[in-house]
Design a protein around this ligand. Structure first.
Ligand code: SAH
Length: 398
């Protein structure tokens, strides 16, 4: 078994770094490093030691990020070989067995980065198209190894490469490039709980679809029968289609993006749903104000905004934005109807978010009963504190 590269850097960690590695944390910052034996490049194998030169772990070096090492292993020394990595991939994919066995769901996450002990890597599946998303330059020199591992792990038509913005500029590949298999000649269609969706893994947000909301969509479907449903921040209509499939009286999708709304209409057509579907293109705050002014009410209102807090300093304004949004949305819920509030801001804790929802509903002058709180789905498992971002609460509004 050969190492994935012969380029190795030895790194001596201080106590903070050592503690992070020992506790299983996947990130090491520059401040945790006492010294390294040479200037390292992204993708070099970082062999980690304590101050007494005792082996602590192995990771990959990232020369372009404040997170200088993505830790892959701790404990006894190992050879960071293709076989060793393939085993990690296999273990992560095995954890999705329940989804793999379910024919009604052919789109889901196979590898959830740090949370599956493979930091910097997300692997999503849309039927026979797989999408590899890289968010650390430490993987760029190893793309061929990753491609080989993935192609050997299961049958697939193609592998699409997506990269976060901070990685694209260091890559000789295009974002959205097909790095293995056939070119795309027909739209990519996958199924989620028996509902068909188009995915755009080449240009779409994330890897082409928000796979993390599958369980919350299913729950929303269950409460939508006979109801008029408003889906705010609808993107390509994930929640809207579940409502339609489960017998909603009508569905309204609201989003700022016209292409996303057009895609939601195409998804309705794909499933041949007959439930009336209206789209509203505009800013959620402004459009909800208009609906409130027009005294329109809905039996179910879903609010699933983008992350409001991308950096720590955004947190206070994110909390305010959530409050404003939920207060507005509450006013649109019919008596006895249900408000579904979701947050994907990792910097807002679930406790903070659930509190905000409670207060915002109260501030709208309505009484409420919390029905259900949810967090991460099986394929978006959480493996370290910063990995928890998704939370959702179902509230009955009286
Ligand atoms: N609920 C969706 C995912 C939402 S992603 C799903 O289940 O798939 C966030 C969406 O919010 C994106 O589609 C984006 O276009 C939209 N968006 C961002 N800012 C907005 C705004 N101010 N008003 C309305 N929509 C907005």
């Amino acid at each position: 078994m050969n190492a994935i590269t012969n380029n190795t850097v030895s790194i001596v960690l201080n106590n903070v770094g050592l503690k992070a590695v020992k506790s299983g944390h996947p990130w090491l910052y520059d401040q945790s490093i006492i010294k390294k034996n040479k200037e390292a490049k992204s993708g070099d194998i970082a062999v980690l030691y304590d101050e007494k030169r005792k082996f602590a772990g192995v990771g990959l070096y990232d020369a372009n990020s404040p997170i200088v090492v993505r830790v892959l292993h701790r404990g006894q020394p190992i050879q960071l070989s293709k076989e060793w990595l393939a085993d990690k991939f296999y273990n992560a994919i095995q954890k999705r067995q329940r989804l793999a066995a379910d024919d009604t769901t052919t789109g889901y996450r196979l590898i959830n980065g740090e949370n599956d002990s493979i930091p910097g890597i997300v692997l999503d599946k849309y039927d026979t198209t797989l999408v590899l998303k890289i968010d650390s330059t430490c993987w760029l020199p190893h793309l061929q190894t990753l491609t080989d591992i993935i192609a050997e792990s299961q049958p697939l038509d193609r592998l699409v490469l997506r990269m976060s913005r901070s990685v694209i500029k260091f890559s000789d590949k295009e974002d959205g490039e097909i790095i293995y298999g056939k070119i795309i000649t027909e739209p990519i269609i996958f199924s989620e709980n028996g509902i068909l969706f188009y995915a755009d893994p080449v240009k779409g947000q994330k890897t082409g679809f928000f796979l993390d909301q599958r369980d919350n969509r299913a729950e929303t479907g269950r409460i939508s029968k006979g109801e008029d449903v408003l889906n705010v921040f609808s993107y390509t209509g994930g929640f809207s289609l579940y409502a339609a499939k489960n017998g909603a009286n009508s569905v309204t999708s609201l989003d700022l993006s016209k292409p996303a709304l057009d895609a939601s209409i195409e998804n309705f057509n794909l499933n041949e749903f007959t439930c009336p579907h209206k789209t509203i293109c505009g800013d959620a705050f402004e459009e909800m104000e208009k609906l409130v002014a027009a005294k329109v009410k809905f039996g179910v209102v879903v609010v699933d905004p983008p992350s409001f807090a991308r950096k720590l300093s955004d947190t206070p304004s994110a909390l305010k934005a959530y409050h404003k949004l939920i207060k507005l949305a509450s006013k649109l819920v019919d008596r006895g109807g249900i408000l579904v509030s979701a947050s994907c801001s990792a910097r807002v804790t679930k406790e903070e978010f659930f509190e905000i929802v409670k207060h915002a509903v109260k501030a709208s002058g309505r009484k409420s009963t919390e029905l259900k709180r949810t967090e991460h789905a099986l394929d978006h498992r959480v493996g370290f504190p910063q990995g928890a971002y998704l939370k959702c609460v179902f509230t009955r509004i009286d």
